[in-house]
Design a protein around this ligand. Sequence first.
Ligand SMILES: Nc1ncnc2c1ncn2[C@@H]1O[C@H](COP(=O)(O)OP(=O)(O)OP(=O)(O)O)[C@@H](O)[C@H]1O
Ligand SMILES: [Mg+2]
Length: 502
Amino acid sequence: MLSIDSISISKGGNEILKDINLYLGPNEKIGLVGVNGAGKSTLLKIIVGKEEPDLGYIHFNGKVSYLSQEIHKEIVNDIPDGNDLTIGEYLIVQKGLDIQEWEINKFLNNMNMRDKSSDSILSELSGGQKIKVELIKILFEKSNLLVLDEPTNFLDIPSAQWLMAYLVNYPYSVIVVSHDLRLMNKGISKIWYLNDIKHNIEVYRGNYDDFLKQISLKDELLHKRLKAQERKAKRVYEYAKTLSGRGQTKEKMKAAKKFEQAKKEKEKVLALSKELLKSKKMRIQIPQPPTCSRSILSVEHISKEYVKGVPILVDVSMEIEKGERIAVIGKNGVGKTTLLKILVGKLSQTKGRYIWGKGTDVGFYSQEYEGLDYNQTVLENVYGLNWGDIDRRAFLGRFLLVGDMVNQKIKTLSGGEKTRLALAKLFANRHNVLVLDEPTTYLDFDSQNILLDALKEYKGTILIVSHQPQFVKLLGIDKVLLMPEEKFGYYKEEYIERVGII
Ligand SMILES: Nc1ncnc2c1ncn2[C@@H]1O[C@H](COP(=O)(O)OP(=O)(O)OP(=O)(O)O)[C@@H](O)[C@H]1O
Ligand SMILES: [Mg+2]
């Protein structure tokens, strides 16, 4: 149905994809995986015709629907505030889909939006909720091929699980990218692994866990072959040396041949060790911050209404002390990001007040990269920072922003690369309080764990929103704010399932 024929593409002089050949049948569910910056989004854009490869062709007959990794931005431009289009009007009238109002309501219900219906005003939805509407649109286009670039990034867990279950039964083909491994194990029939060192794709049958088993077996075999090859190369070389030590011309000639063979055997060793090369990993450490008062933040009866009479936050109160780790837990649209933005002064509350303690210096990680200027380069983006004695290039290097990449414009960076830069900027500033809104969203699995370890070592205070139960659990949370009931209290193990389930 889809055939990818010798596709190659380079960007800024770097090879991204090299001679990719793939075939996709009529009802296949593909998980496309690879580290941040490997070229997954680039390949998807080429498949759906949004980008031209340098070489090669795509053959596809049928209809394709595509969800871009930058959907949250596109959606904001597509549906401006103040527009009173309803969800139903958007899907049925504007997009011309063959869908009934009751079906829309059923989808909204399945996507954990029970309080919304086909009559709800689209521009009043939260970012995550708008993405859900966009997903309903895509699923109802009933295309022969769905191409989804990290569709679950902005979804709460029940919606993400529902989506993946829906995709399993989708009667046509799907290619999906996600760094959420729980989801990559559901209903995926094949893994396309984009190897960022060789720039090609390896195909593995089964889901993500099967893929992991197969590559670890492959690595084990390669290690064995490498060891055996090293022994052989050494043996031939030693023999050649022995021969060359003997005086006779005949043996000297034989030795020359053996040296030649030893060189070839050595080349095979190098080729095998290249096969075993692994992607580079971040090596981050958060510089320890200056100390501050014991009382970090006092929030008193904060309420927020965007639209008069429609409360988002009702009477939120909490006290945070130095060194505590606080998680804000609740489903999409409940107002988590709104609360964080109020506390860092980016939005104003309707009622109530908050006071930051003496000497607190608050750093904010926004899911939407508000602190990055898309038309500037990586280096230009970090000029204004107070680097103190930190070596700027070395620090960026720890976040894998190396070589020519520092001169790349932000808009050309991959999702994970932008996240790494946003984190580098945040950590360089030695804040003693970190307010983090879904910091793992675009990071590949290894990078998520590396960030987790760095945050665990950090001595300052952390206020975090995350839909990753494992991340919240391992971070060691002291207290939680449960939303929408706005209950603040000590962390209990049982809340973990609410990180995803509520
Ligand atoms: N104009 C450019 N100059 C140099 N490099 C570029 C340019 N445009 C894109 N790239 C690089 O191409 C690589 C592939 O990007 P792509 O967005 O396809 O990665 P990805 O696998 O989707 O990553 P992620 O998991 O972070 O979303 C990245 O390293 C990116 O920096
Ligand atoms: Mg991508």
